[in-house]
Design a binder for this molecule. Sequence first.
Ligand code: ATR
Length: 272
Amino acid sequence: MTDFYAVIGNPVAHSKSPWIHAEFSRQTGQDMQYEAILAPVNAFPATVAVFRERGGKGMNVTVPFKLEACKLAGRLTERADAAQAVNTLVFNADGTLGANTDGAGLVRDIMVNLGFSLTGKRVLLMGAGGAARGVVLPLLEHDPSILAIVNRTQQKAHALQQQFSCYGTIVSGDYADILGEKFDLVINATSASLKGELPPLSPGIFAAESLAYDMMYGDGYTPFLQFAKQQGASRLADGIGMLVEQAAESFFLWRGVRPETGPIIKMLKLHT
Ligand code: ATR
């Protein structure tokens, strides 16, 4: 019997998830269908309920419903609870599980695909919104020597530091506080790239053998990756790998099978 899955969001037409999951299911021989569902902003729970009645087994949740999905889930994974954001719903007989696979996707892309070990490294995370909150715990689980969180509005960075300080060494502040500091890994978790903007970074931020990672992606280099290239960062990566890896984590939660992500990442990189 065919199982039904969907990505729910508003807007959702641009989502690459239906294509990615169709590739995963073809590759692993799963009997499933995956569609995109546009939910009115004030009707998320009702739209989810209709999908469940149709026999839906799981959903990916995207903007602006990730927080609402937390409230809808009967049970949350530790990561979804810490992030207060759910990007994956699993429907089964005993209720709805809410998970967040964004952080696992980022860490897998960095460590497995890019071969960059986080352990003992100095990591800078820019941004303190929903995207940043979802990745702090998975990053700390790999023992960087320090995680610095910077944000224009520094109170939001301090709040993240307070929330997660029991999991590792975190410092927080605004961009002026990291003047003269160097980092092995700089992650852009702000929404600046979406607007063609660059966070107010000072020159000299990249250590030798450093990786610049933008969680966003688009045509060509984002402003942050252009800056990183000019500044001599050794390696540059956009968020395509993370996108595919978070999808693979969701697929694994639903189907218990791990798809091969490499060929899918390659195909998407050719077309973006
Ligand atoms: P998301 O869920 O994508 O994280 P968000 O919660 O609206 O979206 O957060 C956006 C983040 O990008 C914030 O950290 C924001 O900084 P402020 O909290 O100071 O607003 C950051 N951001 C957006 N545009 C930026 C820019 N041009 N430079 C630096 N940071 C920017």
